[in-house]
Ligand binder design. Structure first.
Ligand code: FE
Length: 205
């Protein structure tokens, strides 16, 4: 079995937003897709560690803003590399608007948004799968949607390479952060995107 076959699947990138008890938040997900057309339904899968997961579970409503190739890395850093438990991601964030369901959607670096109401959910251990009916949607721009591959090749900053020949570094495959050293501690957590040591790849110049 070649586990790299999983890398051949394609993914889009989205800002998932929700609000519960007056608290708004949002996070980046790569798992949103249409599952039926009559009626229109979408599915999202959200890591339980995300604060926004709890807001979706508690309120039963969410918006998916579809990230486009015009999205800059700052948008990914803002919604992806910090937790809504610690930071109000909408405090001072102006590139958003509220849709008819009262939730925020992101207006910059996106090409559309979909508002949905949860119909079913499945506990998948680390993640919850939500299946939701579509209440509303709008096209915001004609720019192509950003795929995960496009993010990796064109949005994520080029990581600094090893500075000297023979030096070993470990590179975060999610955000590009570089750790210098022969061995990466097993409990290392990326300071930028909070992904674990298993998401780092060894680079030897
Ligand atoms: Fe990282």
């Amino acid at each position: 079995m070649d586990k790299k076959a999983m890398y051949k699947l394609t993914y889009g990138l989205f800002v998932l937003t929700a609000c519960s008890k007056g608290r708004d938040s949002g996070c980046i997900i790569n798992t949103a897709g249409q599952v039926t057309s009559e009626p229109n339904r979408i599915s999202i899968t959200v890591n339980k560690a995300n604060f926004t997961h709890d807001l979706v579970r508690d309120s039963g409503k969410f918006n998916v803003s579809i990230l486009s190739e015009a999205a800059d890395f700052g948008l990914f850093r803002h919604f992806g590399f910090q937790s809504g438990r610690e930071v109000d991601k909408f405090a001072g964030f102006s590139e958003c608007r509220r849709s008819d369901n009262g939730l925020y959607y992101v207006t910059a670096g996106t090409n559309g948004y979909i508002s949905a109401t949860v119909e079913q959910q499945a506990d998948l251990g680390s993640h919850t799968l939500f299946i939701a009916s579509v209440d509303d949607m709008e096209v915001l721009a004609d720019t192509a949607s950003a795929s995960y591959a496009y993010y990796q090749s064109s949005i994520k900053p080029r990581p600094a390479g090893p500075k000297e020949t023979g030096k070993t570094v470990w590179r975060c495959s999610v955000c590009g952060y570089v750790y210098e050293g022969e061995e990466l501690p097993a409990d290392f957590v990326c300071p930028l995107c909070k992904h674990p040591a298993s998401d780092f790849e060894k680079v030897v110049s």
